[in-house]
Design a protein around this ligand. Sequence first.
Ligand code: FE2
Length: 398
Amino acid sequence: MTGKSDIAHADWAFPTQVRFGLGRVRELPEICRELTMARPLLVTDGGIAGLPMSAAIMDSCAAAGLGVALYSDVQANPVERNVTDGVAVFEAGGHDGVIALGGGSSLDVGKAIALMAVQKYPLRELTIASFQDFAEIQSKLVTDGLPPVVTVPTTSGTGSELGRASAIIDEESRTKKGLFHPLMMPRICLADPELTLSLSPAITAAVGFDALSHSLEAYCCAFSHPFADGVALKGMALVDEALVAAYRDGADRGARARMMMASLAGGTAFQKGVGAVHALSHPLSSRHGIHHGLANAVLMPYVLAFNMPVIKAKMAALARLLDLTPPSGAAVIDWLVDMREQCDILHSLAALGIIEADIATLAPLAAADITAVENPIAVGESDMAALYGAALDGDLSY
Ligand SMILES: [Fe+2]
């Protein structure tokens, strides 16, 4: 028997169709046709634009009679200008859909260009800085006639290939803001693990920890999404199987495929929410330029230790799934720290160049971040300062 309080009362969505498999990037022209795109805009960053994979995509789309063009002015941690310039190119070229190719930045900008192509208000008025703005901004968004988006991830971790949001940095306030709508979900995600074979070990590890953080935070998040926990557990098991192997041998196709699947699982699970790892991580990227996944990898054990009083049962279940003994939260933290060590990721924020004096600026930004309220324990500015302090000193003794 369950009480009424155990019966879900929530809205939820499950995302995007996925076409998964080695070599399937060759299906992209057919997918564009299927989505009724005749003039897709390929959105990516300058680095990927120079790789053979971009030329192959442009050639195959052109050979199929598609009026494809390239927009590659996307920077790591993208800013508004990357989106507004892309919208101008989209409009000038008479494009009718977006192929977003790349890591999280290109995928976020590609989705944002498609959304912004039909809006009445400027981007600055449509990004969300907190849940207080949420309803008002959602009501301002135009959702009719959104151009279709196909995402083609080239890293395994961001989850943006499935997500319904884009993170864009507001240069005026130097904060990461979100553009969000369920209809931002790409229509199709073309997930080809071969596109990740040339990723460096360091990026493989950092984005892999981002995938893990999405599943772990979604699993711990107190919000309601009845299926997300199962997907998150599967995502964490895949990371356990494959991350160290992909880090050590980038040509291991099996490990690459499992990590891409782990990224998709994370991107599916975080529809439920994330938490303090992401809230603490965002200012480290917007203010100090630290890679999002790397920041998450360093922060995760400290946030887990802080949240432990309310997630003990969940951690025991996770530990049992991962065959950790004894099945406890402490065993999960040890697993995380060990995997991080095997991927040569450092243990403290001090090792990433953060100093004590930075915390006074970072803590209020973390407390105000839109993901802070998703943490299973309420986290205010003093908690954020304490968490940064613990991560700075490498102190796991919560
Ligand atoms: Fe993330």
